[in-house]
Design a protein around this ligand. Structure first.
Ligand code: FO1
Ligand code: CA
Length: 310
């Protein structure tokens, strides 16, 4: 059956890759966070869409976690010699994607059209949908003021204390029509929330006007894969942010965050003790995705778990 997955960057892209291998060709749709998007050197940057694109196309740099494999950095080195802004790095190959995408956006194409074409040309076997084509920007609140997401994440290396998070433009944003269509499809059999950061990667998607309600109205069961392993984030600032926001850094905290939306949760074996207290169906398994086989077997288990709830 058809499957829809919500995802952000690295953690989400790994499960998306597993889903791409186990879901029948043409049946997987990915709704990707664009709250991290911004403009740098006049270029439109979509970090999560690119992480998912490169991962599904097999072009990603696995060690760095973002950008392309086999990358060179002549552009950045030359920029630095010119005294230009250089806190955000674009590799030479990545730069070509950014130049072409920005040109097409300026010529009037939507982000959905451009990403769809890039996905087709790189051999991706899933529908890659930005959650919205409207500008929606994640803003991180800190004691020293508000920071655009990439300033918080890259320029300030997630060091500032997070006192809140908001999504500028969310109430005016128009949900991607193709995503609304996927949600209304009676043939949709599962909605998977990937193990991405709930606050920084999934909440922006849920903040798009009408999307949370459309998810709730969908007939398909919604299953979230916890981004925590042993009460810790696999990568990135999830645990740090949860602590700073006064939330419990455990499966219970994740379940409460998604309460009213999700029908089931997949947690890691190291968090198995949490299962009984979650109040929703839980599937316990190994959720760390190192190998391709890890990604595929987790994808299969998540879909089987969702199928058990229909
Ligand atoms: N992350 C960094 O920590 N430093 C960078 O210079 C950087 C550049 C970059 C360029 C293109 C791209 O698609 C992603 C890039 N990222 C970089 C990753 C990105 O900022 C974050 O990982 C995501 O926004 C969080 O999901
Ligand atoms: Ca429902």
């Amino acid at each position: 059956g058809r499957v829809l997955a919500l995802c952000g960057g690295v953690g989400g892209a790994k499960l998306a890759l597993g889903l791409q291998s186990v879901v029948a060709p043409g049946q997987l749709t990915l709704a990707v966070n664009t709250g991290d998007d911004f403009e740098f050197l006049g270029l439109h940057i979509s970090p999560d869409l690119d992480t998912v694109l490169y991962t599904l196309a097999g072009l990603n740099d696995t060690a760095r976690g973002w950008g392309r494999a086999d990358e060179t950095w002549n552009f950045m080195a030359t920029l630095r010699e010119l005294g230009a802004e250089d806190w955000f790095s674009l590799g030479d190959r990545d730069l070509a994607v950014h130049l072409e995408r920005t040109r097409r956006l300026r010529a009037g194409e939507t982000l959905t059209d451009v990403m769809g074409d890039l996905a087709r040309r790189t051999g991706v076997n899933a529908r890659l949908l930005p959650m919205t084509d409207s500008p929606l920007r994640t803003v991180v609140h800190t004691p020293a003021g508000e920071l655009p997401f990439q300033h918080y994440f890259v320029k300030h290396r997630c060091e500032p204390v997070v006192t809140g998070i908001s999504f500028a433009g969310a109430s005016q944003a128009v949900a991607n029509p193709a995503l609304r269509q996927a949600l209304a499809d009676p043939g949709l059999t599962a909605i998977v929330v990937c193990p991405s950061n709930p606050f920084l990667s999934i909440d922006p998607i849920l903040s798009v006007r009408g999307l949370r309600a459309a998810l709730q109205d969908s007939m398909a069961p919604i299953v979230v894969v916890s981004p925590l392993v042993g009460g810790q984030a696999v990568k990135g600032p999830t645990a740090k942010i949860m602590g700073e926001l006064g939330l419990d850094v455990n499966s219970q905290g994740i379940a409460e965050h998604y309460a009213g939306l999700i029908d089931g949760m997949v947690i890691d074996t190291s968090d198995a003790a949490d299962a009984a207290g979650l109040g929703i169906p839980v599937h316990v398994t190994r959720t760390l995705m190192r190998s391709t086989e890890d990604k595929c077997s987790l994808a299969r288990e998540v879909l089987a778990f969702a199928a058990s709830m229909r």
